[in-house]
Design a protein around this ligand. Structure first.
Ligand SMILES: Cc1cc2nc3c(=O)[nH]c(=O)nc-3n(C[C@H](O)[C@H](O)[C@H](O)COP(=O)(O)OP(=O)(O)OC[C@H]3O[C@@H](n4cnc5c(N)ncnc54)[C@H](O)[C@@H]3O)c2cc1C
Length: 443
């Protein structure tokens, strides 16, 4: 059964998120972007409205939302401000390794706190010297008795300057690659934890990004999220669940940009007519809408996969790179339609443009998504079609080759170019590609 309809609860959640986006996010977005500041009170309101940290299971005191719910909420928030949407969603990214952890004691201790009161959790794999190559982490975790001592620096950490808790990925031995990767839940107030200055950015200036430094930070054994050897898989599984939602950022931002362009196209006149009358503009709008609808389908499919127990990794990557690249194309076209005004800071398209450029970079670049999808195709994908050498032959005749069906004549297929020769044996040489007899195999 295929069903794209939302449940009454999902419709209500979407309406709540839309109301929050229009009333609490949109009015402050441009202001905080100019100020380059993250408004903590908006995050607190999002938590109070039940649209932040809402994916913690009910067993731990949470709302138990799935990824579809997260996609619905994020599309609405990102439509109003991708930067604030990042700040709000980032806590789910930080919580994900806790949800994936096998450390039940830690889950029971932290998840009810995060579900029940306003807490931010950030996620830290990236470092000054690495981002894509998670197995190349240098932040060092040294075992001391049952505890670990953490030393190193994390960089680009969203909400790094505001989070109460940090899910930090480290290595026991940089020489071991992914085998050495482990993960910990770190309390911001522990001795030896420090936060760097806010990193100035091109866009998403309503979200906080900072470096984190750990100097001889003692991590109690209870705070191990993943022991050495299990941290890499945990990071990959986290991304597989959060990448569809980055797709939703693209859907929301692109939707806004299209709506601003649509309104402008109706009002703006050139050569004596509203520009909406020009087919060049209509085609742009049609393609923008097509990309938004396609992107939403892909993100929902990947989110649905995750919610229904299907391994979401490949569809998550497809959704992420399609939706985020489509968003950039849509916002670019929206700017083209709004033209000079679109390029100004008084029109909202310019901010969307700056904000969404990041989507192709964080949580795995577009290149990394392509590597994942290509890797799947090359190693796991099971084709339906037979290989060229085994293509079935027409049962009654072969217009390309004489000799079909004649007594004693068997089909011989050239493995290089696909030519089928009928004969008692293979020809000395292929008449098409000149490969020798040895290239032929009996079909
Ligand atoms: C605003 C912002 C917020 C962020 N938030 C967080 C956060 O909360 N937590 C966190 O851990 N990280 C965060 N990041 C880091 C982000 O995930 C990384 O920037 C991203 O993964 C890319 O890593 P990099 O910048 O080190 O680029 P690199 O990995 O150095 O890559 C440089 C370029 O080479 C390409 N490349 C790399 N490897 C390959 C390959 N094998 N084949 C082909 N091309 C390749 C990349 O695609 C890219 O184009 C954030 C980044 C930014 C800018």
């Amino acid at each position: 059964m295929l069903d794209f309809s939302l449940t009454p609860d999902q419709e209500a959640l979407k309406a709540r998120a839309r109301k929050f986006a229009l009333e609490e996010v949109l009015p402050v977005a441009a202001y905080y972007d100019e100020k380059d500041e993250m408004p903590m009170e908006v995050l607190k309101k999002a938590f109070d409205a039940g649209i932040m940290n809402a994916d913690i299971p009910e067993a731990y005191g949470g709302k138990g939302n799935g990824l579809i719910e997260s996609a619905l909420v994020t599309e609405e928030l990102a439509a109003a401000c991708p930067g604030l949407a990042t700040s709000i969603f980032d806590s789910s990214l930080g919580v994900e390794p806790i949800l994936l952890s096998e450390n039940e004691t830690l889950k029971r201790r932290y998840l009810p706190k995060i579900a029940g009161s306003f807490k931010l959790v950030c996620f830290a794999t990236s470092e000054p010297g690495m981002g894509s190559d998670v197995a190349g982490i240098r932040c060092k975790a040294e075992k001391r008795g049952d505890d670990y001592i953490l030393n190193g620096t994390k960089y680009w950490i969203t909400n790094g300057g505001a989070a109460d808790y940090m899910t930090v990925f480290a290595t026991t031995d940089p020489g071991k690659g992914h085998e050495g990767i482990c993960a910990f839940l770190v309390d911001r107030n522990w001795e030896g934890v420090s936060v760097g200055k806010k990193i100035p950015k091109m866009g998403q200036r309503c979200s906080n990004t900072a470096g984190l430094n750990f100097r001889n930070v003692r991590i109690p054994a209870d705070n191990v999220l993943a022991p050495p050897g299990k941290g890499f898989v945990m990071a990959m599984k986290t991304f597989a669940r959060t990448r569809p939602i980055i797709g939703s950022f693209g859907v929301g931002a692109a939707r806004s940009a299209m709506e601003f362009a649509l309104e402008y196209a109706k009002k703006r006149k050139a050569f004596g007519a509203p520009i909406q009358n020009f087919q060049a503009i209509q085609f742009k709008l049609a393609e923008m809408y097509q990309k938004i609808e396609t992107a939403r389908l892909l993100t929902w499919k990947a989110a649905w996969d995750a919610d229904n127990g299907t391994e979401p990794e490949v569809n998550a990557s497809i959704a992420k790179f399609y939706a985020t690249e489509a968003a950039l194309e849509v916002v670019d076209e929206a700017m083209q339609i709004c033209a000079g005004y679109g390029y100004t800071r008084m029109f909202p398209v310019e901010k969307l443009y700056r904000d969404i450029r990041l989507l192709r970079i964080y949580e795995g670049t577009s290149e990394i998504q392509r590597i994942i999808v290509a890797g799947h195709l090359l190693t796991k994908y099971r084709p339906v079609m037979p290989p060229l050498a085994d293509l079935p032959l027409h049962r009654e005749e072969d217009p390309l080759s004489p000799g079909f069906g004649e007594e004693g004549k068997a089909p011989w297929r050239c493995r290089m170019c696909g030519h089928v020769h009928y004969g008692e044996e293979a020809p000395e040489e292929c008449p098409y590609c000149f490969f020798p007899k040895s290239a032929f195999r009996r079909s």
